[in-house]
Design a protein around this ligand. Structure first.
Ligand code: ADP
Ligand code: ASP
Ligand code: MG
Length: 474
């Protein structure tokens, strides 16, 4: 069976027009003989609004929380009505109202208690995908595509870590074989919500923001798909975030390793965990544009073609904090670094970058929640300072290896920017450095202008840049 997982992000299901376009794309794949499993995100911005509603309720703002919920209820009802004309709309309308009635009940409870637990937050956040997946499945059915909504929480079994749950691969594979495979064998079209799962007891969990890509990869891995397609709102992985750098070019092909580094270091186009299940089973991942389905997108595979330029893309990750641990006497002593890292481990805080000197260790972290506790524990070992509003720029490319003088070129390109920490990745395919958050846009544009002046047409979509330039001239 030519099984293809097709994941559609928030903008690809943002309203009735987008969902209708999505149906057309899926129909196209089926006509080519593929058996798609569809994964959808919540409609664009819905997760943000659900979080806003539960946080408002958690701080006692009952009216504010209920107002957000009411707006979301209308948006979903309106979209459903625009999509589904048949009798089925009556049931769907009642079902949507029931979901929002219970959301309102949770929000009222939260505002009375004034406390939001991670468990409740997961329950609320997952509503976006529960709603979108059912609406999309019904919209597909209405258009003759035999869509069937499968509750992803029955398949994506995770541990109990709310907000950042870890998938249990063996159980997921078993559940997919029970709940998804039989539908495909009957010629039906399974539609699952991304981002959410449940622990073995059936309590709802989520995979972290942007996690629908991860769901797609888990399903692709679990069912040995022939390909995993990530449909989004840009033509593929670009040489930089096109919102920051309008001149960015599409990267035609990129390796798993390069894509993983980019995703981890801030390229939002792909969730960092997406690549792993695909790597394990060597399943190609394609990043495609649902607003421009004819475009070839980016193909992520085990081996990427080599290219003339050292870098494939530039990623930036904001909202980081640098923690400096200063201890002149003890740094070189045995076990000292371990003691420092044990503190981060104890607080389950991931570190992005490390640099050491004779007297100090600097680390950068991306979550601020635990900073006071971490700082208190580190103070027992040494003097501690921390500074927020930092950003990491990460330049990725497998061809860094063979190039001499790359670092000199990078720092030449951004000579006017103040650089705080530098690291040439252990994987030898990334070069990263830390700067002030306010300098990010400027730095990315300067680096992009410098390294993508004369891009290699084998790897980058140079024709699109030429067309753009011509249309501007006209
Ligand atoms: P979706 O809702 O489809 O998952 P996301 O908003 O999560 O979409 O990701 C797509 C966005 O990622 C793009 O609109 C783009 O602004 C951003 N982005 C950041 N870095 C890159 C990059 N290197 N290539 C392409 N898009 C990028
Ligand atoms: N809806 C979730 C989010 O906004 C998951 C996703 O879109 O991938 O984070
Ligand atoms: Mg995303």
């Amino acid at each position: 069976m030519n099984l293809v997982v097709m994941k559609f992000g928030g903008t690809s299901v943002e309203d009735a027009t987008a969902i209708t376009r999505t149906a057309g794309i899926v129909r196209g794949r089926r006509e080519q003989g593929a058996h798609p499993v569809v994964v959808v995100s919540a409609m664009a911005k819905v997760t943000d609004q659900l979080i806003a509603a539960s946080t408002a309720a958690g701080r006692g703002d009952r009216a504010g929380a209920l107002a957000i919920s009411a707006r979301l209820r209308h948006r979903h009802q309106d979209t459903a009505r625009a999509l589904i004309a048949s009798e089925a709309m009556r049931d769907l309308g009642i079902w949507i109202d029931k979901k929002f009635d219970s959301l309102d009940e949770i929000l009222r409870g939260l505002s009375a208690l004034g406390e939001l637990t991670a468990r409740t937050s997961d329950k609320v956040m997952s509503l976006g995908e529960r709603l979108s997946s059912r609406m999309v499945a019904m919209a597909f059915a209405e258009r003759g595509l035999d869509g069937v909504n499968v509750d992803a929480r029955r398949c994506i079994i995770t541990d109990g870590q709310h907000g950042r749950a870890i998938p249990q691969d063996a159980l997921i594979e078993k559940r997919l074989r029970e709940h998804v495979l039989p539908l495909l064998e009957k010629g039906q079209l399974p539609v699952l919500g991304g981002f959410m799962g449940s622990n073995e007891q059936g309590v709802t969990t989520t995979l972290g923001r942007g996690g629908s890509d991860f769901t797609a990869a888990l399903i692709g891995g679990g069912l040995n798909a022939a390909a995993i397609e990530i449909w989004t709102d840009v033509n593929g992985i670009m040489t930089a975030d096109p919102r920051v750098c309008p001149d960015a070019l599409r990267v035609k092909a990129i390796s798993f390793e390069e894509a993983a580094e980019l995703a981890y270091f801030g390229a939002k186009v792909l969730h960092p965990a997406t690549i792993l299940p695909a790597v394990q089973k060597n399943i190609p991942v394609l990043v495609l544009n649902s607003r421009n389905p004819e475009n070839e997108g980016t193909r992520i595979t085990a081996l990427a073609p080599h290219c003339r330029s050292p870098f494939k893309s530039i990623a930036a990750k904001k909202r980081l904090t640098i923690i400096d641990v200063v201890a002149s006497r003890m740094l070189m002593s045995h076990g000292y670094l371990k003691a420092i890292f044990d503190v981060f481990d104890k607080h389950k805080c991931a570190i992005d970058m490390v640099s050491t000197s004779e007297v100090s260790v600097s680390v950068s972290v991306d979550s601020n929640e635990k900073l006071p506790e971490i700082s208190a524990d580190l103070s027992k070992l040494a003097d501690v300072k921390y500074e927020g509003r930092k950003a990491l720029i990460c330049m990725v490319g497998e061809d860094i290896r063979g190039h001499n003088g790359i670092a000199a070129q990078v720092f030449e390109a951004i000579r006017h920017v103040n650089v705080r920490m530098i690291s040439q990745g252990a994987s030898e395919i990334n070069m990263s450095f830390m700067i002030e958050e306010d300098d990010v846009e400027e730095a990315v544009r300067s680096l992009h202008a410098y390294f993508f002046r004369d891009p290699d047409p084998v790897v980058f979509d140079v024709a699109a840049r030429q067309q753009r330039a011509e249309s501007v001239r006209k």
